[in-house]
Structures are given as C-alpha cells and as structure tokens.
Ligand binder design. Sequence first.
Ligand SMILES: [Fe+2]
Length: 346
Amino acid sequence: MKLLAIDAIKSGMYLAKDILSAEGKVLLARGTRLTKAYLRRLKDFDYTHLYVCDSDEDKELEIIEPISEKTRIQTVKAVKETLTKALTWQDLNMQQINHLAGVIVDEICGKNDVIFNMMEIREYDDYTYSHSVNICIISTIIGKLLGLPYARLKKLAVGALLHDLGKIYIERNILAKNSNLTPEEARQMHQHPKLGFDRLRIYPELSILSAHVAYQHHEREDGSGYPRGLSDKEIHPFAKIVAVADSYDAMVSKRPYKKPVFNHIALAEVKAKSPLKYDQKVAIALTWAVAPYPIGSVVLLTNKEKAVVTNTKRKKTVVQIIDGKKKGDFIEITKDAEVQIEDRLA
Ligand SMILES: [Fe+2]
C-alpha cells in the first residue's frame, strides 16, 4: 500500500481504503480496481492523493488509523458549521460537538498502538476545519498516552476541536498574510484566544476547561506566549497538550505563507523547544503519538537504498525498496534493526 498523488496513479491499481461521501456513504470501496473515469471523478471531488496498492494481495496490509474516515468527514463538517454560525452570532450546537468528540475519544481508546499517520488526501475548502480535527486526534492520543481518564479526554477533545474558534473574528488578510505581521496586526491576532474563550464559556453543556483550552493554547512554559503570558503551572495541562499538537500540525502543514516541514524535523523542533517553551512530558508523548515518517514518505536508508514507507506502528516502520536489486522487497525497521532511515527525500 502506498499514498500517491492522484496524477501519478495508473488505471489498474487498486484502491486501498474506502472513499466516503460527506454523509459517510461508501462512494468507492476498498479493493476497487481504479479506472481513468474513477480517477477523474475523484479529482472532481478535490482528492489530491489516494492510498493505493498494485495487486489484490497487498490490499490486506491494513493501516490502523486513529479514527474512521466517516468520523473525520462528519467532524470536519460539524466544526465548519460551528465556526460559520459563531461568525454570525448564531446559537452553537454544542451537543453535536460533544457527541463527535466522544466518538473520536471512543475510536482512539478502542485501539492499541494507535499513531497519527495521516497525510491530507483531500483539499478541504478551508484548512482551519481539517486542522482542528487533526489537533483533536493528536491531542487525544497524547492525552491517552499520558493516562488521562475518559471523561477528561473528552473535555480535552472538545477544547482541541474548538481551540481556534476565536480566529473567525480576525480579519482574513491578517490570517493569510505571507509576511511578518505589523505590531497592530499582531495585537489583533493575539486576541483570538480570548475571543474564543468568551464565545465558548457561555455554554453550560461545555466544560469550562474546554473553553480554557481556547484561551491558553498560545501560552508557553517560559511565559513568552499570549494573550496573558502565563507560565508553567499557571497553564492548564489540556492547553499544554493542545499547544504542542497545534505547533506540530502547523509546522507540517502547507499554508499560503509557508512550506511544510517534514514530520521528523517538526518533531525534533518541538522536542528541542522543551522544556523552555513546551511541557517536556507532552513533547515526549508527541513523539510517540505521531509517525516521524508517515505512510507514503520516500526515504533514504542507511544502506543507501531508496524506499517508500508503507506502514507505521509505534515501534516499527515498514518500507518497500523502490530501486536497485531489492526493488519491491519489504523491510521492517525497528529501533535495533541493522538498517535505519537516514533521511526523508519526499
Ligand atoms: Fe490559535
């Protein structure tokens, strides 16, 4: 199984994962032999990449994803609805958000060895919504690794889903600016945590802790964050988790004003900035929660062979050699294996 850009997929390859509609119905089932017509149609649905395999046999190499595609699609839609309503000061459907956060926590807690491995396969019409769902998944996995009980994980997940709600009140040109913000623009931008908190705290069905995630997710351990310059113990543990998940996902994402950083480099950067900026335990948990080389990454091995990552687990990365005599062979890379990943090429 590999992740390929849709233009690089040849007809005759097999679809390795179900493709679902916005309502969660299967549009194209896993195992479908792809044709030019299917590929054209999927491109119309804004798919940029697909998980595919070359033959019927390797369809069985299943990837365990933290949440199902159905839950992901429903949650992206719910976050979009919530943020759109918040902009026009309509009442927000917190029951729906609470429910979906619960589904995400249930799905993550129901699996062992779960790891965030996803690369975007579809261009959502706005980055904010899918980014919020990613932050929620990564935060929940970190929370689970740190031993948070179910009820607290759910509050963390809700806070993570809505952490950037206040950004809808910030001017679009400031959010999308591809150069440094002026002092006045930075002042406006730094208001989004408080704006989010004020909007969320009024809902009795929402835990005040979830609202505080929105308020504190840009605070840093050394007091250099915003809006209040809180430090260390003044920052709620949930906000420390979302701060790390948010910074990591922002680094690996493609934005109008910046190129994405490779996952293993973003992980190293978060770790290097702990304990000064990020809580050290949380930064370490992040390195267990996400794949340093996600499926589809092209890597250079220490024996100088090139390979593509085909599956990842917490302690194991499976790669397939893509050049030389051993082309097509699979290798399992563990901490003690003779061959290691030296660098990522693409
Ligand atoms: Fe933010």
